[in-house]
Structure formats: C-alpha cells, structure tokens
Ligand binder design. Structure first.
Ligand code: FES
Length: 69
C-alpha cells in the first residue's frame, strides 16, 4: 500500500515515476522527499536497476543527500 515507508531505497535505472501517494509517504518523517528515495513496493521496473538500501529501520539514514530525484 505504500504507507509504512520501510522499503525506501535509492534506485538508479528505468522505473515508473512516483505516484502522489508515494511522494506523500516519502515526504513524511523519517523520510524527506529531497533524499530522492523510492518505495520499492510501489516501483514498476522496466529494465535492470541498481538499488541501495541505507541504514535505519526505514532506510532513512541517507548519507549522500545530493541524490537527484
Ligand atoms: S511502503 Fe511499506 S513495504 Fe513499501
């Protein structure tokens, strides 16, 4: 459903754009939209992708905050 936020990851590759629901969850603590994360459970994958899961229960401990969204 994209509500818990625990599947947040950094994704590099060809995937679907975030829905309004996903954007709302990714802008609700502990996440911030500018972290550039995606909810893995909400992403449709179109090709090979690279995923990085950050530390923290929600994967919220983003070290590199210069990620492009
Ligand atoms: S938001 Fe809960 S599993 Fe993705």
């Amino acid at each position: 459903m994209g509500t818990c936020g625990t599947c947040a990851v950094k994704i590099t590759g060809n995937v679907s754009p975030p829905s309004t629901r996903e954007k709302l969850r990714l802008n609700f603590p502990p996440h911030k939209i500018e972290y550039g994360l995606r909810l893995a459970c909400q992403v449709q994958v179109f090709d090979d992708i690279e995923i990085h899961k950050y530390e923290g229960f929600w994967g919220e401990k983003v070290i590199d905050r210069k990620i492009n969204y």
